[in-house]
Design a protein around this ligand. Structure first.
Ligand code: CDP
Length: 206
């Protein structure tokens, strides 16, 4: 069984993906981490993520099996990820790894922006997770502050607006639901309620 989970920044897709993977015993891939790792490789070398040629090289040379998660979660890396993710050749370089992950005979849960549309269009379940922008801003602010990133709410709100716009309007693999996506608005739901809802849907349709 393949479960595809897409949604914007801090919508709760990662939390849901991890919980479903644990519940059903499937491997999980946070596909955002490979875009973040591509951006981080550039940032570490002092290269602007807008540098297309270097971004493509970084994606092509990325060692997906040795990604160190703790370095990826800063606001700067998130913003850079969204920039490199708009480059079609970067997406192409990262495609096979994601597809192979999804082909695991044990099943798989993948979360990102284009899982239901591009990576796993035949997924058994496609969730499109959303939440109101102000709710997402507060969630992400809390996460970033507890990780030691001192970004202000104002800076973060500006980043969210920019990232939402770029991710939903790029020409290649924009963030959007499919006709069969199950919409989940997590604004007024606790984590447990979201997980219960999604597992309920899967178990009653599986
Ligand atoms: O956790 P958050 O929603 O902040 O971001 P993420 O899932 O780590 O993804 C970071 C960025 O990578 C996104 O803003 C997208 O631009 C890009 N991305 C993508 O284009 N396609 C994916 N499947 C996953 C992430």
């Amino acid at each position: 069984m393949i479960i595809a989970i897409d949604g914007p920044l801090a919508s709760g897709k990662g939390t849901l993906a991890r919980a479903l993977a644990a519940h059903f015993g499937f491997p999980h891939l946070d596909t955002g981490s490979i875009y973040r790792a591509t951006a981080l490789a550039l940032i570490k070398k002092g290269i602007d993520p807008n540098n297309k040629e270097e971004a493509i090289k970084a994606a092509q040379n990325l060692d997906m099996f040795n990604i160190i998660d703790s370095e990826l979660r800063t606001a700067q890396v998130g913003a850079g990820a969204s920039v490199v993710a708009a480059i079609p050749e970067v997406r192409k370089a990262l495609f096979d790894f994601q597809r192979n992950f999804a082909a695991n005979p044990k099943g798989a849960v993948l979360d990102g922006r284009d899982i239901g549309t591009v990576i796993c269009p035949d997924a058994d379940f496609k969730f499109f997770v959303t939440a109101r922008p102000e709710v997402r801003a507060m969630r992400r602010l809390k996460e970033l502050h507890s990780a030691g990133d001192n970004i202000t709410l104002e800076e973060l709100t500006a980043q969210i607006i920019e990232r939402d716009y770029r991710d939903a309007n790029r020409a290649d693999a924009p963030l959007k639901p499919t006709e069969t996506s199950i919409m989940l608005d997590t604004s007024d739901l606790g984590i447990d309620e979201v997980i219960k809802k999604a597992t309920g849907i899967i178990e009653s349709n599986g």
